[in-house]
Design a protein around this ligand. Sequence first.
Ligand SMILES: Nc1ncnc2c1ncn2[C@@H]1O[C@H](COP(=O)(O)OP(=O)(O)O)[C@@H](O)[C@H]1O
Ligand SMILES: [Mg+2]
Length: 241
Amino acid sequence: MSKEMEEVLRMEGVRSGYGEMEILRGLDLHVYRGECVVLIGPNGAGKSTILKGLMGIANIFGGRISLEGVSLEGLRTEEIVRKGVSYVPQVKNVFPHMSVEENLEMGGYIFEGSLVERMEGVYEMFPELREKRRSDAWTLSGGQRQMLAMGKALMVDPGLLLLDEPSAGVSPLNRGIIFESVERIKGTGVSILMVEQNVREGLGCADRGYVIVDGKVRYEGRGEDLLGMEDLGEIFFGVVE
Ligand SMILES: Nc1ncnc2c1ncn2[C@@H]1O[C@H](COP(=O)(O)OP(=O)(O)O)[C@@H](O)[C@H]1O
Ligand SMILES: [Mg+2]
């Protein structure tokens, strides 16, 4: 198998949910090294649950999740982060009453290397954050807040980054910046699994996508192929612009 086709992540027959309620009902997906993979599908389909199951936040009832070929079974969230997976939730992804710099420090709390160097890397990727480093996170624009959330997740130097709707709450004008940021992160060799409601832009920057319906994969394909499918109408996709 060529190096670029190595699987960073594999989920097989995963059943996951909350309490005893099963939301994911046999989910199969994978992410190859260096890929950006996008999850789309209607509201309530289980897209966020995929990321939460992976992070050990949602309950796992069955199936197998492996990272670099090694099962994540039974690991706590922090142990999963230590294995190189970092997660940006859709909401509450920054500490509003802490400065940008303090948020980044919190993001790197389990990072064992130099926090100063990591932070410098984040500032190089998002120069706007450097300018705002002393400002409280609540004063940032929607776009800057998402940059901070991503920057915070990058503080642990992850191999796989999970993003839950990074363009949510960002004005249409600034969304481009978010997707450019995602591409820049990908350019540094980080593999990305991202949920996105802005289907056209999300699939536009993805190598592959999965359409999730009712806790399962309905379609899988290259971004452009999924966009071209005629039976994937508005209901399926949520927002199609
Ligand atoms: N913490 C939770 N407790 C109970 N049910 C939840 C919780 N989070 C999500 N759900 C339910 O799980 C289903 C899938 O949710 P979610 O994965 O957030 O969907 P999506 O991200 O595709 O919109 C929904 O029916 C939702 O109400
Ligand atoms: Mg969601």
